[in-house]
Design a binder for this molecule. Structure first.
Ligand code: NI
Length: 429
């Protein structure tokens, strides 16, 4: 691996410094596609709940690269067997794993029916992108290897699990970064020690038995981050508004009443016919710009929704257990009577995750690749982590969805709405 003349460094709130020695990594950082990530918020609409949570995908991507670089360094210090031929592939795959994110990161993926992983891989494979050209300058076929690592189809499973797995560099970086940026304290854990207790073992990344509590702390941090940040009702309220704005615009486009398109890629993006070039021209500011124009436009609903988003007049939420269809119908009637179209102003939002997805599906079948394995060196024995940890058993079992109903604050204060909510007789349906 060649070295640059000078070491390049970035100052970073999570890692202190991020070090770049490889000129290929430096060239990738400076591509147009990577620089675009500076203009995409890592946490979408979370800044409505936590004002500090408006950091970019760019800093996270650098961080994932840095975690992988530190892992490889730690393996060397401990004399673990590690395939050095894959050093660059692992670091570059970490750097590029999120290059395909849409404006506001995950917030629009469901509405637009896109997945950022697919766009990442498309950007890496497309001969016209700067990222592809830098990768192919390493050696022909290198871009394809990076694409395979990100798609998790690469033959070396160790490299794949460093970029995406239960204890991957991606999660290690974003949990710490999101926790520090938002200012919540419960999301932090001892990253340096996690890296120190990890080791490669054949085709797996495993944890030394002595690292049990360090990894417990990491998984609990992840659990807290979901509840305190990723599922935060205000953050979700912003996402709900973002989604219904785009749904309204789609509806207007479909019925021949399209609002003024402030950016040439917006309409193809909404229609799902966007080309790679068009996709890469979009960022958060393209949407903000559109919203500020649409709030002055002719459609009353779009005008109102965009104004709400820009001025943070978000909908209010209440818990909404599954199976209340009869009651939902009555809420819609009240929303409509208050002068709002219930298709846009009465939204059930559902989210959820699995905190440790060793067990998948209803069969409760263990998934070997998703497990965290503890390695007892004296007896050369591997044990799946939750079997040694009561707290992890408890959260591994937990996968109840989070469901909430969102309506305008004005409707929540409405007398008819209050009566409806007091009336429990129609609760189940
Ligand atoms: Ni990521």
């Amino acid at each position: 691996m060649g070295m640059t003349e000078d070491e390049k460094v970035f100052k970073d709130p999570v890692h202190g410094y991020i070090y770049v020695h490889d000129p290929v990594v430096w060239d990738l950082i400076n591509t147009r596609e990577m620089q675009r990530l500076r203009r995409i918020r890592q946490l979408g609409t979370t800044y409505f709940a936590y004002p500090g949570g408006d950091h970019s995908r760019f800093s996270h991507s650098l961080g994932v690269y840095e975690v992988i670089r530190q892992m490889i360094q730690a393996f060397d210090r401990n004399n673990y067997e590690w395939p050095h031929a894959f050093d660059r592939l692992a670091m570059v795959s970490g750097l590029l794993h999120d290059v395909g994110h849409a404006p506001f990161s995950h917030a629009l993926e469901k509405t637009m029916g896109t997945r950022h992983e697919n766009w990442s891989v498309a950007i890496i494979r497309d001969a016209k992108t700067e990222v592809h050209q830098v990768l192919e300058s390493v050696e022909p076929g290198f871009a394809e290897q990076v694409a395979e690592v990100i798609q998790k189809t690469f033959s070396n499973r160790l490299i794949v699990s460093m970029v995406s797995g239960q204890l991957d560099a991606d999660r290690l970086d974003y949990l710490m970064r999101d926790s520090i940026a938002t200012g919540v304290d419960y999301g932090t854990f001892d990253l340096a020690r996690i890296i120190r207790v990890m080791r490669p073992l054949n085709d797996r990344l495993v944890v030394r038995q002595s690292g049990l509590h360090t990894v417990e702390a990491y998984l609990l941090a992840r659990y807290f981050m979901y509840w305190q940040v990723y599922f935060h009702p205000v953050s979700r309220a912003g996402e709900v508004l973002l989604r219904i704005i785009l749904e309204r615009v789609k509806e207007l486009v479909d019925s021949g009443r399209a609002p003024f398109m402030t950016h040439p890629a917006l309409e193809p993006f909404l229609r799902g016919t966007v080309t790679l070039d068009q996709y890469l021209s979009l960022d958060d500011s393209a949407l903000y710009n559109a919203f500020s124009v649409w709030r002055e436009g002719s459609d009353a609903i779009l005008r109102d929704l965009c104004g709400r988003f820009l001025d943070r007049r978000l909908f209010k939420e209440m818990p909404w257990p599954a199976g209340q269809n009869g009651r939902l119908e009555r809420v819609r009637t009240v929303v409509e009577a208050a002068g709002y179209d219930p298709n846009y102003y009465c939204i059930v939002d559902e989210t959820g995750t699995v905190y440790y997805d060793y067990y998948l599906g209803s069969q409760r079948e263990p998934n070997q690749e998703n497990a965290i394995w503890l390695y007892d060196q004296a007896n050369a024995r591997l044990t799946e982590m939750s079997s040694l940890s009561l707290p992890i058993q408890a959260i591994a079992e937990e996968h109840r969805p989070v469901r909430r109903l969102y309506v305008p604050a004005e409707v929540l204060g409405n007398e008819r709405f209050g009566k409806l909510m007091d009336d429990r007789t129609d609760g189940g349906a």
